[in-house]
Every structure is written in structure tokens, then in C-alpha cells.
Ligand binder design. Structure first.
Ligand SMILES: C[S@@+](CC[C@H](N)C(=O)[O-])C[C@H]1O[C@@H](n2cnc3c(N)ncnc32)[C@H](O)[C@@H]1O
Length: 260
């Protein structure tokens, strides 16, 4: 295990102990709310009987939702505490969820072409080289399989609502692929004071798009307004105001080509 994985293992142990937002399992789902959570824009299609990998997606959220929609779900995550939550929701809903502790940069434990869909919640920025992950995902998907991931908006990585300077949210970090970015967690993520800060890595827009194309993916859709409720009348320095000025995340849908 390298320093990158070690840091995240330790951070996610602290986050789960702090009951942080992304570690809280979804315990009140039914099939309808599961679909609404996963797929408000209707891009997913029928996943019943499909083989779905939630990549770096532990915590008992998306795994439970996919299982309730009838998918055969595997979760890969570095954190045993996050995977515990996937096992908890499997028991709660009486569904099967396979949990595997592994690093997103090495999916060799998985058979090639095993999945119809790889669903990666925000986590790509926890590793410096997105291309390594794209290669592993391409190997794990069947030809024509789909890959959906979220990551930091390349231009805004590291910027938060706390960067309000009275006039705007000032970009100040170098736009360099793989550059380390640290910033304090937002107050809505957790209230603890003993959680190590996020240690993330910038992915440039060209690195993301060209990396996907080079691994044989075709782009299906890009969204830069998902999962936020922007409000430009809100108090400057608030999350709602920040997200009206700076779209914080990208969500990308891609399909693996037939070759390879
Ligand atoms: C923001 S959480 C995403 C999961 C969550 N289901 C959600 O709803 O947002 C990011 C996950 O990435 C995992 N992670 C961090 N680095 C990783 C790595 N190198 N390989 C695999 N998982 C990793 C963390 O343990 C954590 O569970």
C-alpha cells in the first residue's frame, strides 16, 4: 500500500467514526426512491439482472439502491469501515451485495469484462492519475458497458464556499494535472475536529476527456449541475451561493467500445 492509499484509509476511518455525510447508509429506500436517488435524469435504464460495480463506492448508499433495483452488485472500496455499511444495508434489505476491499487503481481481483456498469461516486480525485483508473475500468467492463463517474470540476478543484473574499471566489491553486489539493471539509460533511483534511489531486479537463478516449470510451453525457441547489440570492460564502457561481462537480457518462 502506498502513501496515497494509506492517507485515505486513515481519513475514511476517521470520517466513518465521525458519522460524516458520505458514510451514512441509506436505510429508508424502496425501489422508487432508489431510482430517484441514483437516476433523477433517467439515464440509467433497466438494471435488473445487470452486473454493477460501485467503484470506490462504499458506505451503503448506491449499493443498496442498485440492489433494490434488482442489479447484481459488487462494491469495491479501500475502507473496511465503509464496506461494513454495505454489509449492513444488505442485511437490512435482505439483498446480496458483494464487498471487496481493493484500491481503484488495481482491479485485477475482478474478472475481465465482468460488469455491465461501473458507477463511481466522487472519488477519482483521491488518486493522482485518472488514466490508471480508466484503464482498470475499461478492462472490467464488458464491451458496450457503461461507466458513470463524478469528480471535481477541474477548474474549481479545492475551491469552497470559504474562499469568498468579499467579491468572489478567488481561484488560486495551480492548474496542473496531479497537483495535490488540500482544503478543510465543509461543515455539512461532519462536525468533528479530528478528521484529517481531504488530500486530493487535480485532474485537468483535457486529462479526463483524452484519458477516456484513449482507453476506448465514447462520451455519452456530461453534467456540471448535478446534485447541487444553487441560489445566487443566498448569503455570499454559503454553499448555495458558492454553487451558483462555481459548479463544483462534473458527472460523466461514457460507454466502453467493442474492442479490447
Ligand atoms: C465520497 S465516498 C463515496 C462513497 C459514497 N457511497 C457516497 O455516497 O458518496 C469515497 C469513497 O472512496 C473510497 N476510496 C478512497 N480512496 C480509494 C482508493 N484508492 N481505492 C478505492 N476506494 C477509495 C473511500 O473509502 C470512500 O468510501
Amino acid at each position: 500500500m502506498d502513501d496515497i492509499a494509506r492517507y485515505n484509509l486513515q481519513r475514511w476511518r476517521a470520517l466513518t467514526a465521525a458519522d460524516a455525510l458520505f458514510t451514512r447508509p441509506y436505510l429508508d429506500l424502496d425501489a422508487q426512491s432508489a431510482r430517484a436517488r441514483l437516476d433523477p435524469d433517467g439515464r440509467l435504464g433497466d438494471v435488473s439482472g445487470r452486473s454493477v460495480l460501485c467503484l470506490a463506492g462504499g458506505g451503503g448508499q448506491q449499493s443498496a439502491a442498485f440492489a433494490l433495483l434488482g442489479a447484481a452488485v459488487t462494491v469495491i472500496d479501500l475502507s473496511p469501515e465503509q464496506l461494513d455499511r454495505d454489509r449492513l444495508v444488505a442485511r437490512q434489505y435482505g439483498v446480496t451485495i458483494q464487498t471487496v476491499q481493493a484500491d481503484m487503481r488495481n482491479l485485477s481481483l475482478m474478472e475481465p469484462h465482468a460488469f455491465d456498469l461501473v458507477w463511481q461516486p466522487y472519488s477519482l480525485n483521491f488518486v493522482p492519475d485518472a488514466r490508471v483508473v480508466f484503464r482498470e475500468v475499461a478492462r472490467s467492463l464488458r464491451p458496450g458497458g457503461r461507466y458513470r463517474f463524478s469528480c471535481a470540476n477541474p477548474f474549481a478543484a479545492g475551491l469552497t464556499e470559504r474562499d469568498w473574499d468579499g467579491h468572489g471566489y478567488r481561484l488560486h491553486l495551480p492548474y496542473v494535472a496531479g497537483a495535490v489539493i488540500t482544503y478543510p471539509d465543509q461543515p455539512w460533511v461532519h462536525a468533528a475536529n479530528n478528521v484529517p483534511w481531504p488530500r486530493e489531486y487535480r485532474h485537468t479537463l483535457s486529462g479526463l476527456i483524452n484519458g477516456l478516449l484513449a482507453e476506448g470510451f465514447a462520451l455519452e453525457h456530461l453534467d456540471d449541475l448535478a446534485d447541487v441547489s444553487p441560489n445566487d440570492s443566498a448569503e455570499p460564502g454559503s454553499w448555495e451561493h458558492f454553487t451558483a457561481i462555481v459548479p463544483p462537480w462534473l458527472t460523466i457518462w461514457a460507454a466502453r467500445g467493442a474492442g479490447g
